[in-house]
Design a protein around this ligand. Structure first.
Ligand code: KIV
Ligand code: NA
Length: 265
């Protein structure tokens, strides 16, 4: 298979072909996701929870994301690799470029950062220096200590309007992709329709250009009660490989996410 490029992902958005993304942190899973047709792999700072056992993503460092990116990249044959810029690693443009460079050298094709128009200067600075950027709006886990918990975002009319503006601002600053987390399905649809760049939803309804889940969540092995937007794909399947193939199939056909995985406005 040919490597998936940003051009391919942009044309999938334009043509309405759904993009399947999952997180991975190691080489074995990276190879498996490649075999199962997952187009984009995210080395999320969710590794703070999933790999390290923290209760938030804020302790994760650039060096740690870079290490896991190397592990994933080594086994990658064609997926597009996105690595998270972790908490406090992009406080100003120069720090952001230094952090992003570490992730790109580790094998990332793009970096992801949390935030909207307050990150415009950072996004522009990175893109002008040839670092592809994915923005992330809605629930921002790196802000959990400010938000006071993990809550659905963009529910009021004002908040929804603001988020639409933020999404557009990110695109105008040069972001080439946008993750939308835990927002009403209707807002996920509006934002996706209004943008030229692909949106990847996690709890953002069925109308985003693609979907992402934390791998361990969709395998049903994360401790505790899963968020509403998670579906356990191991249910009814005989192997992890079959579960991941089912995820890809259900994202492609629009079967996942169903109404039960979404939030009302
Ligand atoms: O860190 C992560 O895994 C993420 C996704 C859930 C979007 O940012
Ligand atoms: Na993340």
């Amino acid at each position: 298979d040919k490597p998936i490029t940003i051009t391919k992902l942009l044309s999938m958005h334009t043509e309405g072909e759904k993009i399947a993304m999952l997180t991975a942190y190691d080489s074995t899973m990276s190879a498996l996701l490649n075999r199962c047709g997952v187009e984009t792999i995210l080395i999320g700072d969710s590794l703070g929870n999933v790999v390290q056992g923290h209760s938030s993503t804020t302790p994760v460092t650039v060096e740690q994301v870079a290490y896991h990116t190397e592990c994933v990249a080594r086994a990658n044959s064609h997926a597009f690799i996105i690595a998270d810029l972790p908490f406090a690693s992009y406080g100003d443009p120069v720090q952001a470029l230094d952090s992003a460079a570490q992730l790109m050298r580790a094998g990332a094709d793009m970096v992801k950062l949390e935030g909207g128009d307050w990150q415009i200067e950072i996004i522009q600075y990175l893109v002008e220096r040839s670092v592809p950027v994915c923005a992330h709006l809605g629930l921002l886990p790196q802000s959990v200590h400010v938000l006071g918990g993990y809550k659905v975002q963009g529910k009021s009319n004002d908040a929804a309007t603001l988020m639409r503006e933020q999404a557009f601002a990110c695109q105008e600053a040069g972001a080439q992709m946008l993750v939308l987390e835990a927002i009403p399905s209707s807002l996920g649809k509006q934002i996706t329709k209004s943008l030229a760049i692909p949106t990847i939803g996690i709890g953002a309804g069925p109308d985003c250009s693609g979907q992402v889940l934390v791998l361990q969540d969709m395998l049903g092995i994360s401790p505790g009660k899963p968020p509403k937007f998670v579906k356990n794909f191991v249910d009814g399947h005989a192997s992890i490989e079959a579960a991941i193939k089912a995820y890809v199939r259900e994202v492609k056909t629009g079967k996942f996410p169903g109404p039960e995985h979404g939030f009302a406005g």
